[in-house]
Design a protein around this ligand. Structure first.
Ligand code: ADP
Ligand code: ZN
Length: 290
């Protein structure tokens, strides 16, 4: 059997063909331009294979409610051309195979939970801190979804008393994403994150906000592993600040694994969490039918 995985991101798509064990046989990257153009290239790549199912982890927001008229659509994205794009239906028409659809970050959480840093555990929390902040979770072996998918990057955190940056989330100004994603760091400090490596204050403040967010996720989801990826987390010194503030905030109220370095980690699959997770979604689509 052959499975197709699509990690659909706002800048690029990664498509892969894999086998039942999740081994990737072929892989391609396609720039995210217009739907007709990008999906045309996805079609060109996959049509050479006889796929049994496709797993799709997409940027969003997306409609994941199977009872909704717009199930499988990308909905209110700021990317005009992709707004209200019937993603699942378009792929169904092209490939005529079962398709499993979730967010890019849920797919990444799934990939990490099966073969990545949370392998062998039935729960994990995955967050990417990059152009935006997105998070997905696996809880008791299943991807976490509800009325819609979680949007955990947009939670509210307490401001640092000395941080006067007003925040740049288009919807909420100073939500977590609005004050802690890559573009917020750049707007606050006047330079891109990768140029600020030596400025300890930047990463201390970043750790201060990430720790607050993690406290909330820990109190609500109690994940067995926390995985932090995305461009901003290339600054590994953030982890130390996160540990410090998290310990301070939790104040021994919840007992976490003793060694936080082994609990809050980088992705085990590096930048492949999303595409591997998408392939696993495809495999699950077939297992569900049987
Ligand atoms: P995306 O979120 O678009 O998929 P990334 O995860 O690479 O892509 O995130 C891009 C963001 O991360 C940008 O805001 C960039 O400035 C920031 N970034 C990338 N590399 C680094 C780095 N080494 N240190 C700090 N910030 C970085
Ligand atoms: Zn927001």
């Amino acid at each position: 059997m052959l499975f197709g995985g699509i990690e659909a991101g706002g800048t690029k798509f990664v498509c892969a063909v894999g086998d039942r064990d999740g081994n990737i046989m072929e892989r391609i990257q396609i720039p995210t331009t217009k739907p007709t153009e990008t999906i045309g290239k996805v079609h060109d790549f996959f049509k050479e294979f006889k796929l049994n199912a496709i797993g799709l982890g997409s940027f969003g927001p997306i409609d994941i409610n199977p009872l909704s008229d717009t199930y499988g659509y990308i909905t209110s994205t700021p990317k005009q051309e992709w707004r209200n794009f019937p993603f699942v239906n378009t792929l169904k028409e092209l490939f005529q195979v079962p398709i499993r659809f979730t967010t890019d970050v849920n797919a990444a959480a799934l990939g990490e939970s099966i073969v990545g840093a949370a392998k062998g555990l039935d729960s994990c929390f995955y967050m990417t801190i990059g152009t935006g902040i997105g998070a997905g979770a696996v809880v008791q072996g299943k991807i976490l979804e509800g009325v819609t998918h979680p949007e955990m990057g947009h939670i509210l955190v307490r401001r640092h008393p000395e941080d006067h940056f007003k925040g740049n989330c288009l919807y909420h100004s100073d939500c977590f994403e609005g004050i802690a994603a890559g573009p917020a760091i750049e707007a606050r400090w006047g330079e891109k994150g990768n140029k600020l490596a030596e400025n300890e204050e930047v990463w201390k403040l970043e750790g201060y906000y990430i720790a607050q967010a993690l406290m909330n996720y820990i109190l609500i989801l109690s994940p067995k592993k926390i995985i932090l990826g995305g461009g901003v987390m290339n600054q590994k010194q953030i982890f130390t600040h996160v540990h410090f503030y998290l310990n301070q905030l939790l104040n021994d109220y919840v007992s976490l694994p003793e060694i936080l370095e082994n609990y809050i980690v980088s992705p085990g699959l590096n930048d492949r969490s999303g595409i591997v997770g998408s392939l696993i979604l495809a495999i699950q689509a077939i297992e569900e039918i049987k």
